[in-house]
Design a protein around this ligand. Sequence first.
Ligand code: ATP
Ligand code: MG
Length: 335
Amino acid sequence: RMLKRQIACRSDINRMNGAFLATFESLIPPEEERTKQKQLLALLDGIVSKEWPDARLYVYGSCANSFGFSKSDIDICLAIEDANIDKSEVLLKLADMLQSGNLQNVQALTRARVPIVKLMDPETGISCDICVNNVLAVVNTKLLRDYAQIDVRLRQLAFIVKHWAKSRGVNETYQGTLSSYAYVLMCIHFLQQRRPAILPCLQGMEATYSVTVGNIECAYFDKVEKLYGFGSHNGESLARLVWAFFSYWAYCHDYANDVISVRSGSTVSKRAKDWTRRIGNDRHLICIEDPFEVSHDLGRVVDKFSIRVLREEFERAAEIMQYDPNPCVKLFEPY
Ligand code: ATP
Ligand code: MG
């Protein structure tokens, strides 16, 4: 495919802004959900501390990164200091205790890529997944949450993009499309690239937060309260950003050569990362560098079939944003 030149945005785009903002608002979880999550967390804390008094529970994923919709499942990480533990053993033991603690649908999935225990709390109706010592996920959750505090348009844009991806069936890693985590990184990268920039590159600034996870050093500027108003020189509306986001992924992104990189606030070349060939199942057809685990391509799940599905969906969305009289309805029509 040829890269098209950047096209001019329709002149009435800002008239759509109210509809996009209303959609965003409708997806925000109500405060009482937060209360229920805390209630469940306290219950789990009580159960866990009986067996592992020094362990801690951390919420990660959409319930903690500020990109969660109403009624999301909770992702929890059980952090145990002892390096000698066997994760499967811990999960099986935990599943036993949860079962006795009156939680429902308790299931230990010890063979999954990220081994977890699943459960449902009948009291609050919340489902959750608990993993063990997945510290990197807790740290990248904090990074996403910190970015979201700098400019509200990140949270707004990411909600619209996630809602679109879920409506169109392209938020399914097991079918070769992208995770919510990948979509949020695409939004952060995109806002770092606007001119004037709407988001800074926190990992390119003086580190005020630093943790080492295994052999990965995670360091960045996390005093985000100092960055409020960073994007105020850019007055682009949400609707305009949604238009530009899809236009970028439909017509402007160089799939053959570029890797998007939130870590560097820019794109890096596939060649520099040696992501030009297929190795094993990693095809690198759309490349999204993990901000900390930089050898990890979040697009690795995408195969030669699903890349077509994805790119056709980006093009469909871009065309709707450019031509449809009512893009905020059409964009989210089920596939
Ligand atoms: P949803 O609202 O769809 O549940 P989510 O924010 O919980 O979205 P997921 O993609 O389910 O997003 O991922 C949950 C968390 O797991 C992410 O916030 C991230 O911390 C971590 N994570 C997910 N996929 C990866 C990955 N491939 N590499 C590293 N961390 C990941
Ligand atoms: Mg989740």
